[in-house]
Design a protein around this ligand. Sequence first.
Ligand code: ADP
Length: 404
Amino acid sequence: MYVLVINAGSSSLKYQLFDTTTNTVKAKGLCERIGIDGAITHKQLDKNIEYSAKIDMPNHSVATKCVVDALTSEAHGCIKSMDEISAVGHRIVHGGHYFSESVLLTEDVLAKLEKCRDLAPLHTGAHIQGIQGCLSVMPETPQVLVFDTAFHQTMPKEAYTYAIPYDVAEKYSVRRYGAHGTSHRYVAGEMIKLLGGKAEGTKIVTCHLGNGSSISAVKDGKVIDTSMGFTPLAGVIMGTRCGDIDPAVVPFLMDKLGLTPDEMNDYMNKKCGFLGVSGVSSDCRDLEAAIAEGNEHAKIAMAILGYQIKKYIGSYTAAMGGIDAIVFTAGIGENTASIRKMALEGMEYFGIEIDGELNERVKGRDGVTKLSTEASKVAVYMIPTNEELVIAQDTEAIVTALNK
Ligand code: ADP
């Protein structure tokens, strides 16, 4: 079955066409500057043909039409007609407490998604536009929504409840939701296979470390805690996000810097993290280059992440009553050896021991790699994430069940 996986942002639309019988990507691409002017970059992977063009894209419907045109083009396409796309799978950032699994798009589902708008205004608005784009271009094709928050819905109350008045929390749906759930689910699933295939009894810490980072405790295949919170601002230090800070810092800085609530939110999301601490960049690779030139602030920025990951591993081990495996994934988790090293060094008393020389070499392109030594009681793996594959597989499963 061909499934079109769509990740719609406010002015962009990323897509991949999956063949779910072989789990391969046939084509992928990106529409950018939607609503501004518009451009598409498209890659047909079988024949390795690349195509890019500037096309006026006033909205997501036009962008979706451009995607379908690129996929069905004689020159650089891979299917003959739109009818070959059996279903569309959408990546949705926030499903609130409404969605604990992937669902088929219906009017009721769309109404519930509307209610999540407050929780992730920019993302949800863009997702809805992406969905409407598909409804207008391929109205007969089933659409499935896959939520970044869904995998975290198994958290117990004490892990997701904030210590604010209960009625206020309920009224405004303020609680921990987590993020990157599709990635945590994928790598936890792969890790469970490596541990023998039975979820029951497994205790895994999954570290998704990219521009945005989150860490989850996955016990018996289910999330029991995760580092991101009400929004993806919480948890560890990120590229430009501050992660957890004393909440009293917020009004204090608003006062000192003369910022409105919106400006403060923007500040914490875009001016902090690696960028704010280092003054150099939000990108780990730039920080490593700066450290090599003796930049102390870049060194502190990276050290904060290493230290915070270590603390999460420790606390989640306590929460799960033990630990069998640690997984590193996403841009930094897959590629940045110094962060993996800092996060795990000095944890031998936990039974964690990695092959330092191997760790230095391993990159995401190497594929799944065991980093722990034979003597280590805890398995440590680098597992490249594949959120699109999960979206394609969920979409296929839901659509197949529909046709039975
Ligand atoms: P996003 O959250 O935007 O998906 P990524 O998962 O692509 O982010 O992670 C980006 C981070 O990974 C950056 O800090 C980048 O420096 C770091 N990184 C380190 N090495 C690599 C690499 N070889 N390729 C991609 N990202 C890398």
